[in-house]
Design a binder for this molecule. Structure first.
Ligand code: 9MR
Ligand code: 9MR
Length: 719
């Protein structure tokens, strides 16, 4: 029944959570415990988005302090000049973090630049930028995560650099024993299936239809939303590091297709028992050790019993595919639609084949015994795509169509998918009666209002409640931010966009631990996430996770041995450790990077209002002077095309191909993820009108070396 939904995610940790809440009560009266110990461990008491802020967005910081009266904040530019100042607002005890905090709001400062810091109470924040292009690098890196996670294809150094390249995993080449001819678990089927391809789920190499479904939906939805907004060119062909660049298909859809093809391979073939259903999952018979590179996994792979939930994930995503891919590849859209219809029919015939929680040897369970929400989601996608009355009736007769529980404070998720159906019905033109549509849309905006009010009640402005720090909490709040973004689209109300951007602030450093949960973004960022190949912490010859990888985040359930040993007594929002062994707080996963990529693409968009990149009077040439197999040198020339002198400059760009600057001359160059900031060397800081300065750099790469195309000078876009 719908009302039970918010309890389902809690099911995995009821007792621990209860203990956590009791402890929390104690913490607030005895603030010297875990919360403040964590605060001390962070680099600074002034918590900011370590990447930065958009010029027209909210700009808030949280300060951990024992002071109960307002303090003075000062914003300093890179040269040390105080450019703005004001008073903080004391917030007192912040329950989720167990910290006493104050909030500094410098939103009214809208100048652009790099290297700002905020000082309060004798502490200084990590440096940050204020500029419109802030999220361009993350848009690309967070989406590249999916290419890295591809199974059944070699990961090319020309696209991701030599450290991340590896041979194809699970293509039937020894020692792999899959995925080209995979048997079922005993008693499930008497044949084998070719289930190559798809994305590995997370740090493990399982492939799960249930979790693949929500991840695919979000990636495709990110494109569908951008197309409505008229900003889809940013996700179009040749915008991302995918091998299909240049094929005429938007790159985001190329990436999602890799998973869609896998999801369709998981459908039970005609003529077999349960034809049309989807196998729940395919993974190793026993857990592999860390590290294990995908192509070196010697375990037997097995198909697990078909489930209704998996079948409806296939129906929903294949129906969405049929709608979104049609303009680019009608034959593929037809194939998706046929698979979706067949899956729907099979799920109706087998409505209660539940995947059990106990099936977690060698792979995750993704158990779910409540599938009416998956029925609603699949019906909504099929109806939005086909307009057919049978699917409309399935939508309108579902209890989820009217339930107040479709959106919960804890976010939608792999087990809670009714919200996905609502988001589609609210945004994709369809034939529901106007009153019905109005009700659906207002359910989106009232959910978003709830998230905004949850944020307003917290010192760190997190759109999940204090008892919401479950496994993958970062995805809960990211998913809630997706809902806020859609509410903004439906209403034009700017408060929702502000809420989305503050959720990004949380992920990128304005949080209880003063840490960015996204690898490569921010001064203090997670880089030891649980992963079988990006296992640098265990084997120095292996890489850390690539830039743009999101950690699961604080989990008050402490569901792994490292968390249990190191985090006992933590306040909910501080129950996190950047250790490869802590899979319950620090894994990566496709259903977590998917909302990150969705939000990064949204945040990277130039809005029609004040978010438009201001123009600067400059022209930049970027010339590759020399390139070899894994490196290059380049000369960058900046010309002042305006009529006033430039006095001190910072030039920013994003590398589209994973290049990394290793060395520079005549400028100081810093890189975070794909984003590069080049600052003058002091003596060459002045550029007279009509004059130019040049600097040189050396970088690393493997294979292709696409030149950056967009440059900003002191925060303004050059022509
Ligand atoms: O590596 C696994 C990770 O992907 C899962 O999220 C997690 C929970 O299912 O399990 C991890 O595997 C561990 C297993 O559960 C217990 N033995 C140690 C495994 C590696 O740390
Ligand atoms: O994201 C999943 C979380 O909701 C569950 O509580 C947890 C334990 O069942 O499993 C998480 O999913 C993991 C999956 O089981 C195996 N691959 C890694 C996933 C992320 O940790």
């Amino acid at each position: 029944m719908p009302p039970s939904v918010s309890l389902r995610r809690r099911r995995t940790l009821p007792t621990v959570l209860l203990a956590g809440s009791l402890l929390l009560g104690g913490l607030l009266t005895a603030p010297a415990a875990a919360g403040l110990a964590d605060a001390a461990a962070a680099t600074t008491a002034v918590r900011v988005n370590q990447v930065g802020y958009l010029p027209d967005g909210p700009k808030r910081a949280t300060v951990v302090t024992t002071s109960s009266s307002a303090l003075t904040w000062q914003l300093r530019s890179a040269s040390g000049t105080v450019v703005a100042s004001g008073s903080t607002v004391p917030r007192g005890a912040d329950t989720p973090s167990g910290q006493s905090v104050q909030v500094a709001d410098f939103s009214s400062y809208q100048e652009t630049g790099t290297g700002y810091v905020l000082s309060v109470d004798g502490s200084t924040s990590d440096p940050f930028d204020i500029r419109a292009g802030l999220y361009d690098g993350l848009r690309s890196d967070s989406m590249a995560f999916f290419y890295h996670q591809r199974s059944g294809i070699a990961i090319e150094s020309s696209l991701v650099g030599s450290a991340y390249a590896h041979p194809a995993g699970h293509l039937g080449v020894a020692p792999n024993k899959g995925d080209t001819s995979v048997p079922c678990q005993s008693g499930v089927c008497d044949y084998t299936r070719d289930v190559r391809g798809g994305w590995y789920d997370a740090g493990d190499q399982g492939k799960y239809v249930v979790n693949g479904g929500i991840s695919t939906w979000l990636v495709v939805n990110s494109f569908e939303r951008a197309r409505r907004a008229g900003t889809d060119a940013a996700l179009g062909d040749s915008t991302l590091r995918v091998p299909e660049r240049g094929n005429g298909m938007p790159d985001v859809l190329d990436e999602a297709r890799w998973e869609l093809e896998f999801l369709m391979r998981m459908q039970v073939p005609d003529g077999k028992p349960y034809a049309g259903m989807a196998f729940h999952k395919v993974h190793d018979a026993a857990w592999t050790a860390l590290p294990t590179r995908p192509d070196q996994d010697a375990q037997v792979r097995e198909l697990h019993r078909p489930s209704t939930a998996a079948t409806l994930n296939l129906a929903a995503t294949a129906a969405q595919c049929a709608r979104v891919y049609r303009p680019y590849d009608a034959a593929f859209a037809d194939r998706c639609l046929a698979a979706a219809r067949k899956a729907w029919t099979a799920a109706q015939a087998n409505p209660a084949m539940y995947a059990p929680d106990s099936d977690s040897t060698g792979g995750g369970a993704y158990g779910d015994t409540q599938v009416s929400d998956e029925f609603y989601w699949a019906a909504a996608e099929l109806y939005a795509t086909t307009g057919e009355s049978a699917y409309r009736d399935a939508v309108t007769s579902s209890s989820w169509h009217t339930s107040a529980g479709a959106f919960t404070p804890y976010g939608f998720g792999w087990a809670d998918t009714a919200a996905l159906g609502r988001l589609t019905l609210a945004t994709v033109p369809n034939g529901l009666p106007a009153s019905d549509l109005a009700r659906i849309r207002s359910s989106v905006t009232s959910a978003a209002d709830g998230y905004l009010s949850t944020m307003a009640g917290q010192g760190y402005a997190v759109p999940i409640p204090k008892d919401g720090y479950f496994w993958g909490s970062n995805s809960e709040l990211a998913d809630n931010a997706v809902v806020m973004a859609v509410a903004g689209e439906l209403t034009g109300d700017a408060r929702y966009r502000a809420g989305v951007l503050e959720a990004m602030d949380y992920l990128l450093g304005r949080n209880a631990l003063g840490r960015s949960y996204v690898t490569g973004y921010g001064e203090t960022s997670s880089h030891n996430q649980h992963h079988r190949f990006w296992a640098h912490q265990l084997d120095a010859s292996l890489p850390n996770p690539p830039a743009g990888s999101l950690a699961g985040g604080p989990n008050s359930g402490l569901q792994d041995p490292v968390a249990q040993e190191k985090l006992a007594g933590c306040a909910p929002a501080a129950c996190y450790i950047d250790d490869i062994g802590s899979y319950s707080t620090n894994e990566v996963a496709v259903n977590w990077n998917a909302p990150l990529a969705w939000l990064a693409a949204y945040a990277a968009e130039r809005t029609s209002g004040g978010g438009e990149e201001p123009t600067a009077a400059c022209a930049v040439t970027y010339k590759v002077d020399n390139a070899w197999s894994d490196g290059f040198t380049a000369t960058v020339t900046v010309k002042n095309t305006g009529s006033t002198a430039v006095d001190g400059w910072k030039l920013t760009w994003s590398y589209p191909g994973g290049q990394r600057v290793t060395n520079a001359w005549n400028a100081t160059v810093a890189q975070s993820g794909a984003d590069v900031v080049a600052s003058d060397a002091g003596w060459n800081g002045k550029i007279a009108p009509g004059a130019s300065v040049s600097f040189g750099l050396q970088g690393s790469l493997s294979g292709s070396n696409p030149s950056p195309t967009a440059f900003s000078l002191n925060g303004g876009a050059c022509s």
